[in-house]
Write a protein of this length. Structure first.
Length: 489
């Protein structure tokens, strides 16, 4: 579908402010279409200067109703009509008055009734809306159809007077309840004069057992939410009196209803209001379940972290009681590995999603490695670059891999004095690269990572290939050893 600006560029004198107003209209006119049971087409006059007489009109937007079958099976956006070929469109643009057609006309197999509404902005008609309805559907209207039609006519008048769409609505219309979800019509005093079946059903679910018509909407709402935890807020009756555009949500133990209050205007006078409502009980229940689920997951990570720290402390105590240096070293290595996993869970316990701020984890891993090193004070660990947030499925094995590579470098690959270990981090659109560079003596002759008996390197290789689906390379240089890890995102 052609873009709005593309359709009017070079063909119309519409200004930026006027185009913005038309976009606001198009964003909100599904309501008008549904209430009218009609297709709506927005026409912009074709002229390069507002002082010139239009040569015709171009269709820049089209909306189909959800309450009735569409009149136009094909796409009409981009269609042009010459001045004089559609007299009602011409007349509405020239006079600024709503043009109604009393006699339906044949359109394909249907008899269609057309009305044209001028779009007023800053006291100037900037476009027109043509409204197309199947006249056969209008012959025996019931109470619902009559009320919808009367409300639609009122809103059409508001469009022609420049009071619809409402100004400065912000996010009030996101999302808008649909007409079919439930509609209530209020008189000027806030008393319900009509309620659709879905609207009555919604309040019945909240505990209202009587008919709601001829009652004040605010009184009904206060009655059904009197035990609500939000009862201390601004009085519900004030928010639902129909005088001001409001978005209100009411709930009790039985249900939750979302209400959008839309004042109906005639000139500068308020003549009543409509209230669109939607039963969002199931949506709010799911929201609460998600919140509870997130809280539970964070609590689980917190407890896992605590349990890992307890295991780590027990192993540390056991290592101190063992006289065999090899066994004590093995236990201390296990303590170090468990601590790196605990750091990831600690980060997840305070995260709102399943992402780990890995740079913060790395900072803790570096501090922990320096504290455990017997050469603490003689070493410098530099970090360059960032990885940002990673999924927990990547962060946990990566923390273990980095811990083992740092420990291996600190234990075997640093010079005697003034040693420096450099950790480089690079993140691209589809992969991450981590390099750990030491200034030691390099790898022994004939070293092969695949056949190395070093337990730490075996752990690193297994995690890299199986958990990270990455590659690891260890190479000697003239100044030390470089460990390069690559893994996909």
């Amino acid at each position: 579908m052609p873009e709005f600006e593309t359709l009017i560029h070079g063909r119309s004198s519409i200004t930026i402010d006027q185009a913005h107003r038309l976009r606001e209209l198009v964003a909100d006119w599904q309501l008008l279409s549904d209430l009218s049971f009609a297709d709506l087409i927005l026409w912009v006059p074709i002229r390069k200067d507002v002082k010139l007489w239009p040569t015709g009109h171009v269709a820049v937007a089209h909306i189909r109703p959800t309450t009735a079958a569409t009149v136009f099976a094909g796409d009409v956006i981009g269609d042009e009509v010459m001045w004089g070929s559609r007299n009602r469109i011409d007349e509405a643009l020239s006079s600024g008055e709503i043009i109604r057609n009393s006699e339906p006309e044949k359109f394909g197999e249907l008899m269609i009734k057309e009305e044209v509404i001028p779009v007023l902005f800053d006291n100037q008609v900037i476009a027109v809306i043509s409204r197309h309805r199947n006249s056969d559907l209008m012959r025996s209207p019931g109470s619902l159809e009559l009320n919808y039609r009367e409300i639609a006519n009122c809103m059409c008048r508001m469009v022609s007077e420049g009071t619809f769409p409402y100004k400065n609505t912000g996010s009030l219309f996101e999302p808008v309840p649909r007409v079919g979800d439930g509609l209530i019509r209020l008189d000027v005093n806030g008393v319900i004069s009509f309620a659709s079946p879905n609207a009555r059903s919604a309040f019945s679910r909240m505990g209202w057992k009587s008919e709601i018509e001829n009652h004040t909407l605010g009184d009904i709402a206060e009655a059904v939410v009197k035990n609500s935890p939000d009862a201390h807020e601004e009085a519900i009756g004030t928010r639902l009196n129909g005088k001001v555009l409001r978005h209100v949500e009411i709930d009790n133990q039985g249900a939750t209803i979302d209400l959008l209050v839309l004042p109906m205007l005639q000139g500068n006078n308020r003549i009543g209001a409509i209230v669109l409502l939607q039963n969002v009980t199931e949506l709010r229940r799911r929201d609460r379940e998600l919140v509870n689920k997130d809280t539970t997951i964070r609590e689980i990570h917190h407890r896992v972290k605590n349990n890992l720290q307890t295991v780590s402390a027990l192993l540390r105590l056991q290592a101190r009681r063992i006289e065999d240096p090899g066994a004590a070293t093995a236990l201390n290595d296990a303590v170090r590995r468990i601590a790196s996993i605990a750091l990831v869970h600690e980060t997840l316990s305070s995260s709102s999603d399943n992402a780990v701020a890995f740079d913060e984890v790395l900072t803790s891993l570096i501090s922990h490695a320096l504290e455990l090193s017997p050469r603490m004070g003689e070493l410098t660990i530099e970090r360059k670059g960032e990885l940002g947030s990673l999924e927990s499925r990547l962060a946990t094995p990566l923390s273990l891999v980095v811990t083992e590579l740092m420990h291996n470098a600190l234990e075997h690959g640093l010079a005697e004095l003034g040693s420096t270990l450099t950790i480089g981090l690079q993140r691209y659109s589809n992969e991450c690269v981590v390099t750990i560079v030491d200034d030691g003596v390099g790898l022994p002759d004939g070293f092969d990572l695949a056949t190395s008996s070093n337990l730490g390197l075996q752990i690193v290789r297994t995690l890299t290939e199986n958990e990270l689906n990455g590659t690891l390379a260890l190479t000697s240089t003239q100044t030390g050893t470089v460990a390069s890890l690559r893994f996909p995102l």
